[in-house]
Design a binder for this molecule. Structure first.
Ligand code: ADP
Length: 504
């Protein structure tokens, strides 16, 4: 069978004639065939979402959240099964596959629980007889465009808060993970959510672009590459009524000072650089290490990078699964080539894994291992500026104080995540206050965000509407509401309310 789109409460083939396959990146096997959505399918989905909006917004937050509580329980009950689906479809090792599902129910729990929390603010007025409030209203139709690397969690980051706040949704899952998309859509169907409130169109970037372009879409939530995110943000900026919240990649760094505990430093660096095969938007590709501890850190980090277990992501002794697709392996190889030109020394090169490192039956998977190099800091080097999105790491030695390390750290166009490793609180606080990132960590890896914190970056990494908790900003609009309890009209700022006529 060919899996369908979910539009206005119906499973439909759509208007297109093309289909596409979901592929297991560890084996190359096909996991299913899906209809490829077209602009016409997106138009139908946005029309359905637009029609459903008036009735949906009239429900209370608490009634809307009830549909999400059903999904919360299902995500929990199906944890093991869905974790395996995530691992099979995107290649993350099994603890990460399961964590993706856990993060999804955490986000649903946060959004649905928030339905019973105070909304808006009561604000004092200069005039005692006036009551002033800040209230929030849903914006309308929210278009959600999500990436493959958190195929269950990120869709719920976008959709859970949007729906509880009273918006309707049109979602396009990533083309690499349509099976996860199918399962999430089935959950919405089973929750009994009214027709048209949740819609899903499977497909590629052209279907995503049709969502961005549609006049009925009031907010676009996007998580993915900087290239696409900037295109979306600039298109939406030319449409005054529309808003885009984009969370994009990074060239994330970890500063390891002369005061670092090296056990914490090595552990944090390995987790940050190689977890998810370096394919998290928060993965670290730059380790900025003080000269006093550089040699020892290098030796210990290289030792682990040489041995990190790459293999079958369903096997729980694996640390790193495959890359997502063949084109991505090519991109990583090209950046490894670039680093060979720009680096002073290549320390670990597992770009081509040995045959015995690839598990049996996985020969057609998209394999690539760690690549580690050292490089003298130079602001003109591309390998220190451009995001690879793979297990590709530069070691940069610095001398002097934390200020110098943070200058190097900030010398990228991106600003998503970063960490400092030090036992000196003054260095830690300097980093906290001066690192140009949206997510900063002390004595921890720079990965592993929790949903109750805002998630998003600065500079090229994001546009100021962080996801997770603070996505509320992007999917609601505020009304400053003032009510007069007096029979007289009295104005603020001493403004006269007297009406003067020629008869006065
Ligand atoms: P990644 O590099 O993580 O795959 P992309 O930015 O290419 O990130 O993709 C993230 C999401 O954006 C996917 O769902 C993809 O289909 C969608 N997408 C790709 N190109 C466009 C576009 N031009 N407009 C809107 N969505 C797009």
């Amino acid at each position: 069978m060919t899996y369908q789109h979910y539009i206005d409460g119906e499973w439909v083939d759509g208007h297109g004639t093309e289909t596409f396959e979901s592929e297991n990146p560890a084996t190359g096997e096909s996991l299913g065939e899906f209809h490829r959505g077209t602009e016409a399918d997106v138009r139908e989905a946005t029309a359905a979402a637009d029609d459903a909006f008036e009735t949906w917004r009239d429900l209370s937050h608490i009634d809307r959240a009830e549909y999400l509580w059903d999904i919360y329980h299902e995500l929990k009950e199906r944890h093991e099964e869905l974790g395996e689906v995530v691992t099979k479809e995107c290649g993350k090792e099994i603890s990460e596959g399961k964590a993706d599902v856990t993060e999804a129910w955490h986000m649903v729990e946060w959004a649905a629980g928030d339905a019973r929390h105070p909304k808006g603010d009561v604000v004092p007025s200069e005039i005692p007889s006036k009551d002033a409030y800040m209230r929030r209203k849903p914006r309308g139709v929210v278009g959600c465009i999500t990436p493959w690397n958190f195929p269950v969690a990120i869709p719920f980051w976008h959709m859970a808060v949007s729906l509880v706040e009273g918006n309707t949704v049109v979602w396009k899952p990533a083309e690499q993970t349509p099976w996860c998309g199918q399962i999430v859509a089935e959950m919405f169907e089973e929750s009994g959510i009214p027709d048209g409130v949740f819609n899903m169109v499977q497909g590629y970037g052209d279907a995503g672009a049709a969502i961005v372009d549609d006049d009925r879409v009031d907010t676009v939530l996007f998580t993915g590459s900087a290239e696409v995110g900037h295109e979306i943000a600039s298109e939406v900026a030319s449409d005054p009524g529309k808003l885009a919240a984009c969370e994009m990649g990074g060239k994330n760094g970890i500063v390891i000072t002369e005061e670092a505990d090296l056990d914490i430093a090595v552990h944090s660096a390995v987790m940050s650089s190689f977890k998810t095969t370096g394919q998290r938007c928060v993965s670290s590709e730059r380790l900025i290490v003080h000269e006093d501890i550089y040699d020892e850190f290098k030796q210990r980090f290289v030792e682990v990078a040489e041995k990190v277990a790459v293999g079958d992501p369903l096997d729980d002794s694996t640390f790193m699964g495959p890359a997502i697709e063949a084109e991505h392996v090519e991109k990583i190889q090209q950046y490894n080539d670039l680093a060979r030109e720009e680096a002073t020394n290549v320390l670990v090169d597992r770009t081509e894994l040995d045959d015995e490192e690839i598990p049996e039956g996985h020969e057609d998977g998209h394999w690539v291992g760690p690549f580690v190099y050292e490089v003298d800091y130079d602001p003109s080097l591309r390998c220190l500026k451009e995001e690879v999105f793979g297990p590709h790491v530069a070691l940069v030695e610095y001398s002097g104080d934390i200020e110098h390390a943070v200058d190097i750290h900030n010398d990228t166009p991106y600003g998503l995540a970063g960490a400092v490793i030090s036992e000196d609180y003054r260095q830690i606080n300097y980093y906290r206050d001066h690192a140009e990132v949206g997510l900063a960590y002390g004595n921890l890896p720079c990965i592993g965000a929790e949903v109750q914190l805002p998630f998003g970056g600065v500079k090229k990494s994001g546009n100021g509407y962080p996801s997770a908790r603070e996505v509320i900003e992007a999917v609601t609009e505020r009304t400053a509401w003032t009510l007069n309890n007096s029979k007289e009209i009295e104005m603020a700022q001493g403004l006269s309310a007297d009406i003067k006529t020629e008869d006065d």
